[in-house]
Design a protein around this ligand. Sequence first.
Ligand code: NAD
Ligand code: MG
Length: 394
Amino acid sequence: MRRLSILGSTGSIGRQTLEVVRNAPSDFTVEALTCESDIDTLYDQIMEFNPRLVSVVNESKAGELSVRLKGSGNNTEVITGREGNIIAATLDSSDTLVGAIVGFAGLEPVYHAILSGKDIALANKETLVAGGDIIMPLIREKGVMMLPIDSEHSAIWQCLKGEKRDDLDRILITASGGPFRGMTREQLENVRPEDALRHPTWNMGGKITIDSATMMNKGLEIIEAHHLYAIDCDRIDVVVHPQSVIHSMIRLKDGSVLAQMGKPSMVLPIEVALYYPDRGPSIVREFDPFEAVNSNLTFEPCDTEVFRLVKLAYEAGRKGGLVPAVMNASNETAVRAFLKGKIDFLGIEKVVFETVEKMDPLISGTELTLESIEQADKDARICSEEIIDGNYGK
Ligand code: NAD
Ligand code: MG
């Protein structure tokens, strides 16, 4: 039985994690849930799963939730702030943290959870992009498990099971191509947030959906795989596979290629992580190779001249140090500005390229610690805001 602290429980991954729990309640206990501000969803989750503790980052929302819970006679403890995530992540009664917060905010609680000996089931890729160089050594030092939830990384993990690590030649990471697959730069100039938010195969939170449209999601995933599987970024290829049936592949040194397939649903990778090394019950409708939508599986290269952030991510991954943290922070800032209508779609890429270029000379050689990564994240956000205001003046 796994005893869970689910950080970011009200989001897309958080809710699907609770679906896995709902399907087999005797396999799990829910010890803690956290969110940013969505107390309506959190309230319903408290009523259903009765956690020991919840944390809401937004203080006034946390207060509101406390009042509502008292009125209903529920005695779940409510805490707040940045500290609240750390307390939830390190709770004595839980043994596994589900990292389903979006963005860099997920790093600090994951770091503390590892220090206190928890296994980490991780969806929050930004944690590994920015902090992989401190997180993975800490995982080994503390002897806890890193259980990947991101579907590509779950696929790679499942393919690698039973193979000798030295036999791995390349990783072939698949990508749907997002809503703008096949478009030219000229066509991308005019796309709006509502177009970018319409993903063809996956239903996800807003930030990752925009990352899928710019293909930065794949860039982040290359760096995520580099950390998880200790492989150079140059040995990871992106394969655009619009049907999202093959979730990734590995090529072994004898040329054999292994792939993991299934319906595009995050429930399965969440289950694979939470039941490891066993297999859980089936919730997702079975994969049928004869269904029309699945019968033609196609593969094409990623056009990195159109989706230039993929190229930047390879460079950032190769350079390492604080460069990926800066790239990630800048991307988060630019995506938010795009969703608010402050910059256009190609402006995201422009802001991220300029921020990395400006900050690269300032960060080289800095020792990697949680503090130095947090500082680089902060500085990169300020730098990106300045670029956004300077260039777009709104
Ligand atoms: P989402 O926007 O749907 O949910 C984010 C959750 O994080 C919400 O519960 C929100 O309240 C919470 N949150 C945000 N900031 C917080 C903070 N500072 N402290 C505590 N909680 C905070 O996002 P999502 O789509 O579920 O994605 C979550 C993470 O999983 C992302 O890193 C994403 O890249 C990754 N991921 C998502 C999917 C998917 O299908 N949704 C697939 C693979 C990986
Ligand atoms: Mg993914």
